[in-house]
Ligand binder design. Structure first.
Ligand code: AHM
Ligand code: MG
Length: 340
């Protein structure tokens, strides 16, 4: 009898999962989207192999040379450069990609692919890269948008300026104690762990849900004195048990890692406006927006303090935003504080 082995029954790779979900929700789908996502999984496996060997290879520290700063004026790390190139290469060869926008490039790359170029991908190739030198988790964040029907002939990169609720898919890869790929296409959130023995992302977290309430809050407390009063008041409430629970604080300084913990354990992550970053520090298109999409799909909430992150209409590719994201309970209490 031709019965599959028990392990074979259990293993679902990210590719299988995407194809299966596509068939379920879009029976006429051509497979283009799955092929596009495979560009991301391939690039992140290349990045992960470099991240894992970072302490061994001569890739630690700044890329060197006075000119090696990115558009935000921050010094680029060598791995940032590699991660950016890997994504640009693996996605650039996919015929369905019309525009690629990266944190590391001031201007997006546009491809002249006519009707075949259906998608725009924006990404942060290596988020939290200041943590690399100290062996702390980093991540890759991506967001996929469809090109609008009305093409911007003059400057196709402007087509990336869409509110987050229009995202076709979003996800991140966390290069942590294990490497995880987490994504949503608007039908729930799924997490896959890289099996290094076979080089495949394997489904490990089916239909992820953020707990209604957690016990951690995550914020750069060193900035707290400069937060607007509503946020200071909220932090006071968290510390004094006014939310009905004793909270602990956790802050890694890598958005992907801090968010991943919030997704699994609940609680709240905050990056409010500060005197040095009055419009927030995190970038809307390739940090806040994809994270907000995943959070909402898992039952959580994401706000910039005034509105839902997914409703913000961007005006520039590298625009920043405040970001508060987390469980329903903590987010409702925050909304109350900010309204007072
Ligand atoms: P990066 O994309 O240059 O790495 O910066 C973004 C990072 C986020 O990962 C993290 O949430 C935040 O910056 C930490 O900022 P701070 O050091 O001000 O707390
Ligand atoms: Mg970043």
């Amino acid at each position: 009898m031709n019965r599959p082995l028990p392990e074979q029954q259990l293993i679902i790779t990210v590719q299988q999962h995407i194809l299966h979900k596509q068939k379920e929700h879009f029976p006429t789908a051509s497979g283009t989207f799955s092929w596009l996502l495979s560009g991301i999984t391939l690039a992140t496996k290349m990045i992960e192999s470099k991240v894992r060997r970072a302490g061994l290879l001569d890739v630690l520290g700044a890329a060197g040379g006075a000119g090696d700063t990115n558009v935000q004026g921050e010094v680029q790390q060598k791995l940032d450069v590699y991660a950016n190139r890997a994504l640009l290469h693996c996605l650039g060869v996919r015929e369905s990609v019309a525009v690629l926008a990266s944190e590391e490039n001031e201007l997006p790359t546009c491809f002249n692919r006519g009707e075949a170029g259906k998608y725009i991908v924006v990404f942060d190739p290596l988020d939290g890269s200041s943590n690399i030198d100290v062996n702390v988790s980093v991540g890759t964040i991506f967001s996929i948008l469809a090109r609008p029907e009305q093409h911007d002939v003059e400057d196709p990169s402007r087509e990336a300026l869409q509110p987050g609720y229009k995202q076709v898919a979003a996800g991140y890869v966390l290069y942590g104690s294990s490497t995880m790929f987490v994504y949503t296409t608007g039908q729930g959130v799924y997490g896959f762990t890289l099996d290094p023995a076979v080089g495949a992302y394997v489904l490990s977290h089916d239909n992820m849900r953020m707990p209604e309430q957690g016990k951690y809050y995550s914020v750069n407390e060193a900035n707290a004195e400069g937060f607007p009063p509503g946020y200071r008041n909220y932090l006071h409430q968290l510390r004094t048990g006014e939310l009905g629970r004793e909270y602990s604080s956790r802050y890694i300084g890598s958005l992907v890692s801090d968010f991943h913990r919030t997704l699994l354990k609940g609680g709240i992550f905050l990056y409010p406006p500060t005197p040095s970053h009055p419009t927030g520090k995190l970038r809307l298109l390739y940090e806040a927006s994809p994270i907000a999409f995943i959070a909402e799909q898992a039952g959580g909430v994401a706000t910039d303090g005034k509105q839902r992150v997914l409703d913000i209409v961007p005006t520039s590719i590298h625009q920043r935003t405040p970001l508060m994201v987390g469980s329903r309970h903590e987010m409702a209490a925050l909304a109350k504080c900010l309204a007072e």
